[in-house]
Design a protein around this ligand. Sequence first.
Ligand code: FRU
Length: 471
Amino acid sequence: MNALHRTWEKLISQTLTEAEQMPKRWRPGFHIAPPVGWLNDPNGLCQYKGVYHAFYQYSPFEEKGGLKFWAHCTSTDLLHWKLENIPLSPDQPYDCHGVYSGSAVIEDDHMYLYYTGNVKELGDYDYINQGRQANTVRAVSLDGIHFDRKELLLTNADYPMDLTCHVRDPKVWKKNGRWYMVQGARAKEDQGVVLLFTSGDGVKWFCTHRLKSPKPFGFMWECPDLYEVDGHTVLSISPQGVEADGLKYNNVYQSVTTFLDGDFRTTSVSGEFRELDGGFDFYAPQTFETEDGRRIEIGWMGMADVDAFYTNRTVEDGWQHVLTLPRELSVKDGVLCQSPIRELDAYWTAEQSFENDFAGMMGKAFEIELSDGNKLEENVKITLAEYLWLTWNSKEQIFRMEFKDKLLGSGRTMRGRKMTRLTDMRVIVDASCVEVFLNGGKDVFSTRFYPDGEEIEVTVSAPGAKGRLRM
Ligand code: FRU
């Protein structure tokens, strides 16, 4: 391990000790949150020798973001996470301005981490076409805890000539004995694209194909992922530069998926994208396959460049952002669905049933479930902490997540989606995190919120529905 990494570790451990004194209001129980500082994208998700590993983009010294490290958590149930030592720090000439996003592959008992080494050259550059290096780097671990032997695999000279310097976020997997990798990129004509690479050994890579849409859909595609669910090949991307379109694409940046029709090594993208999450706080999701064969997705429950619109009050306490609850993916009726991981069922220790409506005070973490097995009646309204309203009615057929005051949502206003039916609903609350799963996970809305006090007031009005509260 190099001397600079050891120095970073010392500085980070001092920062962690100092942060122990900070207030703990709004710290979630089962969502991954940074102990202090800033978190963004999930990275390197995997299960290794039975243990789940989640890494994330981490700025330990600045709660508003800065130099990026990877942080590392482990778990045996995807809900109780243990913070491990910093696995990757900017300690090499090829990653000195940030260890950017990437992924993990398990092969022959080794855990390989692939990431983008970010370098910003000093000078008068636009940092789009010049002045920025995006290096593809690999590190390896023999025990899933200690990471070493960083290897520089690709530099900008190895990427196609018609791209800007923006190429990043390697997602690597193995299929039928071959290695594959996708990276997100910005082409010079300001179009987001995904590059597909293949390799025989995971070290020497060749860019063989490009996935793009017939018409530009944003100028940059970040954090690509390509995976199979229920016989469908899914391409997931986080585009920048997509214009709002009615209720769609209202966030600063988006995260969307599309099904690939045909072989991912030769095909292209039809242009039919669907937003993964209709709420305020969701970006840069990544998936992995569990040892029992489930495809699990975790997203960043946050967003870059939102400060002009809304913020997070945890900044007052020295930290910012969380990862979403892990979500199980499936395809139903031709739609990619996200459901809370089944492990959550065993997390709750008490439950209470109700019919039609409910009003009461709940603790910091709970779940509200509504169903009638067929279709909820005309009008559904749930309020959390008085001012966060979740509503749907059969006349308008729009589901709304709406903050009725500025403080609770810290500036968040309204997000909505056209939905002709509402058959069921799960609302999962964990201190400052709210995730709403609708229609068997076909529609999902995530947001942060900042209720005062130890209890959260809940009202439910859903004529005809059966309800269950779990805590
Ligand atoms: C997405 C992203 C990635 C990049 C990382 C840097 O949020 O911009 O493209 O690798 O964050 O933290």
